[in-house]
Design a protein around this ligand. Sequence first.
Ligand code: PGA
Length: 260
Amino acid sequence: MADRPGGPATFPRPVLAANWKMNNGPAQAKSFVDAFLQEYAARNDRTIVVFPPALSLPAVAAGVRGRTDIRVGTQNIHWAQKGAFTGEISAEMARDAGASLVLVGHSERRHVFGETDDMCAKKCAAAERAGLAFMLCVGETLEQREAGATESVVLGQLEAGLSGLRDLSTVNLLLAYEPVWAIGTGLNAKPGDASAIHALLRSKLHDIVGERAAAIPILYGGSVNDGNARVLLAAPEVDGLLVGGASVEVASWLRISGVP
Ligand code: PGA
């Protein structure tokens, strides 16, 4: 089902999301999609999401056209609609290039590029303005974890990220819990630990959006691969996976996409 601007989109769960980061330019993206679609038949018991680099959005969107089980998202947006922001793209531009959702607050954006909670809030609001769904990422650093601050950090990021939205009753929202210490490190949260944080996030979501919280997918991310995907996905409250390194090669992504 296509996203409806202003209306809640449904994301059959699990949601399996590929964050290619700065990998797979337009030509490679096209080859990836062609190879993926040859092997991956549509299924209605899950949603596949691909976040290519912005330049590869049109190739991916064109490749998956007609496949309502596969969503295409952009990895980052600026909050303004247009203007003097060299190097940036707006939510509207991403939408026009074929994106139906946006990743907001990925830890590399926060920690490598200095994105603050305030910027994340503006980006979530920009996605809402453009009629895009967004996936807000939250997660603690190793230092914060060791200081016992995990819960306050992720809840603070969630609350701040949603603080600028106009209409919480219609906004299309997904969450991703990505402990920073687990991203690209080969270390992943234990399924039980992920479940506990997801339950906490769900309860805060309930405070913010009420009953709709139950339908909002909460994904786990951080060193997910085809060896650990199944057990993480089986954990209570884990509604999907956000996968970086293991999503860049089509063979590995096919195995994760088909996890029972
Ligand atoms: P990783 O990245 O799977 O390579 O750890 C996950 C992410 O950054 O979304």
